[in-house]
Design a protein around this ligand. Structure first.
Ligand SMILES: Cc1ncc(COP(=O)(O)O)c(C=O)c1O
Length: 397
């Protein structure tokens, strides 16, 4: 049976990790992988996470299954973190949250429920969007289309073109939005643009699917939730997928959730039952450890304050590295000032695939072929080398 299967091309981004690892150049720079790194290039376990793990180790009495929909205290705490504890949809019992293995699990579970409720729904995704959105959503059987989003020439969001493309969406279609820190462009919707989207979605009866993988990495934990909270407050139906991989540093622990918001409490309850049924047919019950850590942190005021401080550190480091890179580039007569206007882990340099290739082969500087860079790969020790190499590649091609 297996002989009919063709070999698949290796994942390009995972290939970058291997190429960087095997490169013996002592000056090598990894701008490929989408994980947070400190000044030393490491991704240590957060201190708040270590403390929560100690508490879990001391108090956990069983490893038996948790419910398919997840642990109630985790679900409540995460919902409050994302929506804000006093959000009207929580008071109106219009919310059902289910735990998932990471943001990817959340996206797939959401896609399955959309497909079950409305197989005709098209998911509209930004051009560009995170590459894995496509297999995660279309793999559930959903059709996908693109709306214009990032303009590579002006290095900014083309909101008019986005609104124009979404005119072609039909009632019941789903619009995939990045809650903050757009991956791969870093170009986020402004508060005013979120506000402009609400009446359009309402009028055309489109449902937002808001992917929140970097809450706290952009402007702040509360600020980064502005758009999704606005949509939840003004629209009948909203789906929010959440990842705890980045802001809790729990990448391998597969921690996430889907927040479903329905028009009324009764429908929300029905969605909860549907979501659990779908989960039973995919991963049956979610992994517990990462969610248990988040549960302990968010329900312990001291640990929560420590975690907020750690998120602030990660956010500051990313913002500082953006500024450092822009300044160092300007000193070499290169204008990358648009990078200071973008948020989160990623931005496009805007160089050609050929230039990306030369940076890797000649200078051991690795990034995605689209020239998307992971900002956390920059540090004060490598920025001069990075900028000098970039200048020489740009000037000679
Ligand atoms: C935009 C976006 N959504 C979702 C995810 C999913 O993250 P995970 O499944 O690792 O929690 C990522 C991870 O890189 C992402 O960038």
């Amino acid at each position: 049976m297996f002989e009919v299967l063709p070999r698949m091309a290796p994942d390009a981004l995972l290939g970058l990790i291997v190429a960087h690892r095997n490169d013996t150049n002592p000056k090598k720079v990894d701008l490929g992988v989408g994980i947070f790194k400190d000044e030393e290039g490491s991704t240590p376990v957060l201190s708040s996470v270590k403390k929560a793990e100690k508490i879990i180790w001391q108090t956990e009495e069983t490893k038996s299954y948790i419910p398919p929909g997840g642990t109630p205290s985790f679900i409540a705490a995460l919902t409050n973190l994302v929506l804000g504890a006093d959000h009207k949809v929580i008071k109106e019992s219009r919310v059902r949250t289910v735990q998932s293995p990471g943001g990817c699990g959340a996206l797939r579970a959401a896609a399955e429920i959309i497909n079950k409720a409305n197989p005709e729904a098209v998911v509209w995704a930004s051009n560009p969007t995170w590459a894995n959105h496509v297999p995660l959503l279309s793999g559930a059987g959903l059709m996908m289309k693109e709306y214009a989003y990032y303009d590579y020439d002006s290095h900014s969001l083309s909101f008019d073109a986005m609104m124009n493309d979404l005119k072609a969406a039909k009632e019941g279609d789903v619009v995939l939005l990045h809650g903050c820190c757009h991956n791969p462009s870093g170009a986020d919707l402004s508060d005013m643009q979120w506000e402009a989207l609400v009446p359009m979605l309402k009028e055309k009866k489109l449902i937002p699917l808001i992917d929140v993988a970097y809450q706290g990495f952009g402007r702040g934990i509360q600020e980064d939730a502005y758009g999704l909270r606005l949509m939840a407050a003004n629209l009948d139906e909203v789906i929010i997928t959440v990842s705890g991989s980045k802001n809790f540093g729990l990448y391998r622990e597969r921690t996430g959730a889907v927040i479903y918001i329905a028009a009324d409490a009764k429908t929300a309850e029905i969605i909860g039952s549907q979501a659990e049924k779908i989960i039973r047919g995919i991963w049956s019950v979610p992994p517990s450890h990462g969610a248990a850590i988040v549960d302990v942190i968010l329900n312990n005021p001291e640990l929560k304050a420590e975690w907020e401080g750690e998120v602030a550190y990660m956010r500051r480091r990313i913002t500082d590295m953006r500024a450092l890179f822009v300044k160092a580039s300007a000193e070499q007569d290169m204008d990358f000032s648009f990078i200071n206007d973008e948020y989160g882990m990623f931005s496009f340099l805007g160089i050609t695939p050929q230039q990306v290739k030369i940076l890797a082969s000649k200078y051991a500087i690795y990034m995605a072929v689209s020239s998307r860079i992971s900002i956390a790969g920059i540090n004060p020790k490598n920025v001069e080398y990075l900028v000098a190499s970039l200048k020489s590649v740009i000037r000679s091609s």
